[in-house]
Design a protein around this ligand. Structure first.
Ligand code: NDP
Length: 239
């Protein structure tokens, strides 16, 4: 059955692969983009591009209104949009910390809260939050990012308890290092160091993250909630 799906940050990287995976499934896919032009590949698949900065509650509200008008209430939400501002604590400004938390954690709060209304009414819903292996293991130079990504776990698990009886599931996917613009900025040396620590000895492709997100949103995952699924090539060894 074709569902109304929303993917935040769907214009590139992991989000684009997730949007494509749902579209290939026959779902009605909407995705947010903040800057630039919507990617042609998703336009060709009939996906709906909605301009929205998830740090702005009013823009989130407008995005939902447009999606509800065109696709109906959101039944599957993937909170994927995220940023990094890496810095050692000594040099990390308060803005480096709060802007990352505001996007990665509070941004997820904004989109989940808005989706919740219709999911409660429908007595069903699927929410998948994109965290990171770093949120579970920690990473020097990423205290802001890791804190925001660890926060998503407590957020999802609280909501899994709060809303499980309403047939709404909340799960977290924790990717390891994945080919995208976010990791393209790493030096060859950093990349080699990362790969040497990954049992599968390579980065993930965005499609490998998307496949797990799609599974968690499918009927096959109807009894899974509050889970944190690592998709990290073994880097976190199940954590
Ligand atoms: P990219 O940097 O390639 O893409 C990030 C996406 O988030 C873009 O679509 C971007 O939109 C969007 N975004 C950022 N800030 C906002 C905002 N304020 N409002 C709306 N959209 C926003 O990253 P990835 O695809 O690699 O990452 C996707 C998710 O996966 C992130 O949450 C990231 O933390 C997580 N992740 C990534 C890993 C990796 O190795 N790549 C590993 C683990 C987790 P725009 O194009 O407009 O900037």
């Amino acid at each position: 059955m074709s569902r109304s799906v929303l993917v935040t940050g769907g214009n590139r990287g992991i989000g684009l692969a997730i949007a494509r995976a749902f579209a290939d499934n026959g779902d009605k896919v909407a995705y947010t983009y903040r800057s630039g032009e919507p990617p042609q590949a998703l336009t060709d698949l009939g996906c709906l591009a909605v301009r929205c900065d998830i740090t702005d509650t009013e823009q989130v509200e407008q995005a939902y209104k447009e999606i509800e008008e065109k696709h109906g209430p959101v039944e599957v939400l993937v909170a994927n949009a995220g940023i990094t501002k890496d810095q050692l604590l000594m040099r990390m400004s308060e803005d480096d910390f709060t802007s990352v938390v505001d996007t990665n954690l509070t941004g997820a709060f904004r989109v989940v809260k808005r989706a919740n209304r219709a999911m409660l009414r429908a007595k069903k819903g699927r929410v998948v939050l994109i965290s990171s292996v770093v949120g579970l293991t920690g990473q020097a130079g990423q205290a802001n990012y890791a804190a925001s990504k660890a926060g998503l776990v407590g957020f999802a698990r609280s909501l899994a308890r709060e809303l499980g009886s309403r047939n709404i599931t909340f799960n977290v996917v924790a990717p390891g290092f994945t080919e995208s613009d976010m990791t393209r900025v790493l030096t060859d040396e950093q990349r080699a160091d990362i790969v040497s620590r990954v049992p599968l000895a390579r980065y993930a492709q965005p499609e490998e993250i998307a496949a797990v997100v799609r599974f968690l949103s499918s009927d096959d995952a109807s009894y899974i909630t509050g889970a944190v699924i690592p998709v990290d090539g073994g880097l976190g060894m199940g954590h």
